[in-house]
Ligand binder design. Structure first.
Ligand code: CMP
Length: 141
């Protein structure tokens, strides 16, 4: 019974619709997918990252060769961030967004259905509860 409860745990995660997703008018469609799945949108914010916030948000990638490109892209336009809540939110949300390379993401996932890019891959979602706590703090305080 304890195990079963663990598998069914209610949790929160963060999604960020990136500047390409926002510019292309995909915000409503993307949020609807999460609502249709059964998640609740607990917080929502539309804004533009400044450089410092973006560097903090993507701190885990600071030493990667694509870091500067990533910061430059995420600060290039409006994003929409949502805290979403529901059963197994972190894992299920990652499944729903698909592989990082949109051109290789499965059909039926958000990246697989709406994009082809790598840096411009439409949406970000926290990869763990720890990342959710850090990332949502940058955005929602
Ligand atoms: P995201 O889920 O926001 O997390 C980090 C981002 O880095 C990733 O999506 C991609 O948009 C971006 N990125 C750019 N180049 C690469 C790369 N070579 N490997 C992984 N991620 C990359």
């Amino acid at each position: 019974m304890e195990n079963r409860n663990k598998l069914q745990s209610n949790e929160e995660t963060l999604i960020v619709i990136k500047p390409d997703g926002f510019k292309r008018g995909l915000t409503g469609k993307i949020i609807s997918r999460f609502e249709d799945k059964g998640f609740q949108i607990k917080k929502i914010k539309s804004f533009q990252f400044d450089k410092m916030e973006a560097e903090e948000f993507y701190n885990i990638h600071r030493d990667k060769p694509f870091f500067n490109e990533l910061v430059s892209f995420i600060t290039s336009g409006i994003v929409v961030a949502c805290v979403i809540e529901g059963i197994n939110a972190v894992t299920t949300t990652r499944l729903m967004i698909g592989s990082t390379k949109s051109s290789e993401a499965d059909a039926g996932t958000i990246r697989g259905d709406f994009g082809l890019g790598l840096t411009d891959n439409i949406i970000h979602a926290s990869d763990s509860v720890e990342s959710f706590i850090k990332e949502s703090k940058v955005i929602f305080g």
